[in-house]
Each structure stands twice: as C-alpha cells, then as structure tokens.
Design a protein around this ligand. Structure first.
Ligand code: COA
Length: 318
C-alpha cells in the first residue's frame, strides 16, 4: 500500500500590512469591533505589481528547502487559488516555469477557502495510485484584488499570502484520510458574482451574507470533525493538533469545543493575516512546524469551509 507523507512545509506573507486601525479610515468600523468579532489584528496585502505567483513561488521554495528536494524532483504541482494571475495559463504552470522545471503535471484547483484541503486530497490520490511520487501542493491568494474596500462587512476579514507542502510516496501514512464535500445550493451566500459574460466592474468583488455563512460554517465543520473521527475509528482525544482554516476566531473556537480540544492544541494564526482563503491552513501549519509546536509522529486534523459552499478535512500522521 502506498501513502503520501509530508516532507516539508513553507509559507510566505507579503511585506505590506494593514492594521485594524488603518481600516478605521477606510470604512465605518473600529479596531475593537474587528478584533472582538473576528480575532484579526492585521492582514498582509500585495503591493502593486506583486502577483499570486510571486507568493506561491516563495512559499514553494521554502517548502522544497524544508523537504531537502529540488524542483526537478517534482512530478506534480497543484496550486489551490481563487485569485489566479491570469485566466490562463494556470498559476501552477506559471509557478512551474518560475521553478525552472518542465514536463510534470501542473494545474490549479479552485475550491475557495477549502482549496488547500481539496488540493491535498487530489495530490494524495495521485500518490496512492502511483501516478505521482513527489508533489508540491500550494495554497496562494491575492484576495485583496477581489475585495470591495468600501464594504465593511468583508474588507476587514481578508488578506493575501501563500503556504505550501511537499508530499512524497511512502509505505506508511502520512495522509490517513481526506473528506471533501460541496453544496452549490449555498452559492449566493459567499461569491464574486462577476465572470465571463457577466463582467460588470461592480460584480468583480466578494459579496457575503456574513452571519448566515457563520452559522452554516460552525455546524458543517462540527459534522466534518465527526465524519473524520468515525471514518478512522478514532476518538476526540486521539487528535494532537487542530489546524483549522483561519477565517474567524469564533468559528475556530466552536470547532475546538466540538473536539474538546484546549485552544493550546489549536494552531491559530488568524490574528496575523486574517482570512487568506486557500493559503490559510498551510500558513498556519508551517508556522507551527517551524516554531517546534508540531512534531513528527503527531496526529493532525485540518479542516476548512468556504464559498460554494465547499468543506473538507484531512487527517495526517505527521
Ligand atoms: N465594523 C463595525 N460594524 C460592522 C462591521 C464592521 N466591520 N461589519 C458589520 N457590522 C455591523 C453590521 O452592520 C450589523 O449592524 P446592525 O446590527 O446595525 O445591522 C452588526 O455589525 C452585526 O452584524 P452581523 O453580520 O450580525 O455581525 P456578526 O457578529 O455576524 O459578525 C462577521 C460579522 C462577518 C464578522 C461574521 O458574521 C463572520 O465572521 N462570518 C463568517 C465570515 C467568514 O468566515 N467568511 C468566510 C468563510 S470561508
């Protein structure tokens, strides 16, 4: 039996930051309101000319260094993003060119904030079936470019960044199970309505019914935790670390309560970068690996929820 094992992690945040106090001069809000309702203190934003591929490349190179591999060792590149630099080529192909490699499969995957979880699930299938031996999985976003900076209901929440992992085929897990779901009936609650043939400028930004999203997210993430534990015959106390999508501290706390996990066993980075969509889990994961909290052999539960709606989880023996 072949499994995929995580060899290395990496991440990158753009240098420019915007604090909650900075947002007070843009929209009718207060730094205290943002912190209390979301747990966010600041977000990182790309500068003019800085691209999603720039962020992806920096995170990817960090992850390759940590894995002790060269780009030429890869036979699969997946970039989870909702904010690609171009309609095409995919950000994964742009990244492949930057990394100086040719020939291996490279494609983008779009599942909004669940994108990294979906991408890990897909890469894991490639490796389990023998179609790939070493995969680079990146979550990279420039959400600031689809943010309406006059809408206080959304602009306080999102930020830019990238995270990455390198996977390799192994005889033991590694990734134990992945659980991916979607329900397009919720398409109107969180969306960028514009698209080809519907390209009015005012439709090119995120729209969200925040409190409805919040309610569905909390119940859905509770269910995915149960599903993951049941599928593997595990109990809550078996989980060493929860690495949740970093959207809102209150959603994270609700999932931690569901798992009876103290917050010390939950990786929380939302204060530093807000909701970076597909980048948020690998950003948090990399932080906790590099600061020594997460150690080899520990059992990790990653979970995410996003537009679509999409949701999913990955159970990993690190
Ligand atoms: N500053 C100040 N007040 C704000 C505000 C802001 N940035 N944004 C909204 N408000 C106001 C609302 O207008 C509303 O005012 P009203 O009572 O006078 O109508 C009040 O705060 C409460 O709004 P509500 O939307 O019910 O707040 P909330 O407690 O649900 O918090 C969110 C709003 C957006 C923080 C919260 O709903 C949330 O995090 N939702 C999930 C978002 C998310 O994670 N999306 C991505 C999923 S991947």
């Amino acid at each position: 039996m072949t499994y995929s094992r995580i060899l290395g992690t990496g991440s990158f945040l753009p240098a420019r930051t915007m604090t909650n106090a900075d947002l007070e001069s843009l929209v009718d809000t207060t730094a205290t309101w943002i912190l209390e309702r979301t747990g966010i203190e600041k977000r990182h934003l790309v500068s003019d000319g800085e691209t999603c591929c720039d962020l992806a490349e920096a995170a990817a190179r960090n992850a390759l260094d940590a894995a002790g591999l060269a780009p030429t060792d890869l036979d699969l590149i997946i970039v989870a993003t909702t904010t690609p630099d171009q309609f095409f080529p995919s950000t994964a192909c742009l990244l492949q060119q930057r990394l100086g490699v040719r020939g291996c499969a490279a494609f983008d995957l779009q599942a909004v904030c669940t994108g990294f979880v979906y991408a890990l699930g897909v890469a894991d299938q490639f490796i389990r079936t023998g179609s790939a031996q070493r995969a680079l999985v990146v979550g990279a976003e420039t959400l600031s470019r689809i943010t309406d900076w006059t809408d206080r209901g959304t602009c306080v929440l999102f930020g830019d960044g990238a995270g990455a992992v390198v996977l390799e085929a192994a005889t033991e897990p590694g990734i134990i199970s992945t659980h991916l779901h979607a329900d397009g009936a919720y398409k109107d609650l969180l969306q960028v309505p514009g698209g080809l043939g519907n390209g009015h400028p005012e439709l090119q930004f995120m729209q969200m019914k925040g409190n409805e999203v919040f309610r569905v997210a909390v119940t859905t993430l509770g269910r995915i935790v149960d599903e993951t534990l049941e599928a593997n015959g595990l109990s809550k106390s078996d989980i060493d670390w929860l690495i949740p999508h970093q959207a809102n501290i209150r959603i994270i706390q609700a999932t931690a309560r569901k798992l009876d996990l103290p917050m010390e066993r939950v990786v929380v980075t939302v204060a530093d970068h807000g909701n970076t969509s597909a980048a948020s889990i690998p950003l948090a994961f990399d932080r906790a690996v590099r600061d020594g909290r997460i150690r080899r052999g520990e059992l990790l539960l990653m979970e995410a929820f996003g537009g679509g709606f999409t949701w999913g989880s990955v159970l990993v023996r690190y």
